[in-house]
Design a protein around this ligand. Structure first.
Ligand SMILES: [Zn+2]
Length: 431
């Protein structure tokens, strides 16, 4: 039977699992109820399971019936601190919500595990299933790497794949990916301007931090347009300002917090250096002190060129060419799957999950309290993940190379799998 029709047989189970996860969302690195549900759903499958120590992750290894390398499939499991307003009958009622669709990723990965377990004898190698907490800002992927997920099959995985659903923009069932950068690097910068407070009527007797802070906020936008290549941009958004307590009081301090997005190492370096230079320069000009706390959160998510081409081809064959597209450019969201792709070659794919009764162009986007994800895409998500594993392992067994034999580790492995695409892969990484 084909993967798609087998996956369709799982529809009811996967939908039930997704809705159970949706009803009971958990935030952060500690997702005990979610972990329980995943373990229950995997129960009875021939998997070697290890649980995380620093986080409630589940790593499951399926041993193929034939020898070969290992590949990794990842699903993140955490929710967001958002109060759900979708009105769905399985909506969450507390202050947490699966507003980024990670409940679908978890259920989709369980589906892939079931599909692959049923094909175990034919598999030429092993599959690592990475059920990951803490994607939303906590770098759960990094913690799982530190705990050995990439070597869980006792050999470094040769390819890693993740699928992310979107509640808007993409029509339902449409899959996208692209070679090179697909998601932005994400940093957070917190700035405290230190002046000297006083009476609002007599600013000359004080050191007002507020005008300095205002000058910084606007100068940062100018810096972005003057320091960065228009074709390799960055985003600096000051989302939080705090200063003072009354209109006639000059405060001692004023603060802002900004998010910073960039799509290349070069832009990442430039924007960080530019922010620090502009903020310090303006503080000097105003005669106030400044503290800058620059936190590099997630790197750019970079798809290996050869792996992205492989994943797009595989998705096209599975779902039909009309449902699979190369994304023309990256999007400014970010992902801690970036840490995985910094270690091993692989690809991150998007899948449209906008319900059919809303226009994807105007649908509430991921992270919105109104975001809705259609779980009709679950069988496709499960089949696509399983298919990537099957094809990647069989390709490795047909044309074994050093990298595919698992003897090469690190980011160079992807480039080495195919000499013809090495330059492209390297360019993708460097970009
Ligand atoms: Zn997400």
């Amino acid at each position: 039977m084909s993967l798609l029709s087998d996956s369709d047989d799982l529809r009811e189970d996967l939908t039930a699992l997704r809705r159970a996860l949706h009803r009971e969302p958990e935030i952060g690195l500690d997702l005990p109820r979610t972990q329980e549900k995943v373990l229950a759903a995997l129960d009875g499958l021939p998997l070697e399971i290890t649980l995380g120590r620093a986080l409630t992750s589940v790593t499951a290894v399926l041993r193929g019936g034939r020898p070969g390398p290992a590949v990794l499939l990842r699903g993140d499991m955490d929710a967001l601190p958002v109060r759900e307003e979708t009105g769905l009958d399985y909506a969450a009622s507390g202050g947490a919500m699966h507003a980024c669709g990670h409940d679908l990723h978890t259920a989709g990965l369980v589906g892939a595990a079931r599909l692959l377990a049923a094909r175990r004898e034919a598999l030429a190698g092993d599959v690592v299933f990475m059920f990951q907490p803490g994607e939303e800002g906590l770098g759960g992927a990094k913690l799982m790497i530190d705990e050995g997920v990439l070597d869980a099959a006792r050999t470094r995985v040769i390819g890693a794949y993740a699928l992310h659903v979107f509640s808007n923009t993409l029509p339902r069932g449409i899959a996208v990916s692209r070679p090179g950068p697909i998601l932005a690097a994400s940093d957070q910068v917190s700035v405290v301007v230190r002046g000297r407070g006083g009476h609002g009527s007599s600013p000359h007797t004080a050191k007002d931090p507020v005008p300095a802070l205002c000058a910084m906020v606007t100068a940062l936008q100018t810096m972005v347009t003057r320091d960065l290549d228009a074709m390799d941009p960055a985003v600096v958004t000051v989302g939080r300002l705090r200063a003072g307590s009354a209109g006639n009081v000059i405060p001692d301090t004023a603060e802002f917090v900004a998010t910073v997005r960039s799509f290349s190492e070069d832009a990442h370096r430039r924007v960080r250096a530019g922010i620090e230079r502009v903020v310090r320069g303006i503080a000097d000009a105003h005669g106030v002190g400044v503290e800058i706390d620059y936190d590099e959160m997630y790197p750019v998510t970079v798809n290996d060129a050869a792996e992205a081409a492989f994943a797009l081809d595989a998705a096209g064959e599975l779902l039909g060419a009309g449902r699979v597209f190369t994304a023309p450019r990256p999007v400014a969201g970010s992902e801690d799957f970036a840490f995985v792709l910094n270690e091993v070659p692989g690809a991150f794919l998007g899948l449209g999950a906008c319900p059919p009764d809303i226009d994807p162009a105007t649908a509430p986007m991921n992270h919105s309290a109104h975001a809705r994800f259609d779980d009709a895409v679950l069988p496709d998500a499960a089949a696509l993940l399983a298919d990537l594993a099957v094809r990647r392992l069989s390709r490795a067994s047909e044309t074994p190379t050093n990298a595919d034999a698992g003897t090469t580790t690190g980011a160079s492995a992807g480039a080495a799998t195919d000499g013809a695409t090495k330059a492209g892969a390297d360019a993708g990484r460097a970009a």
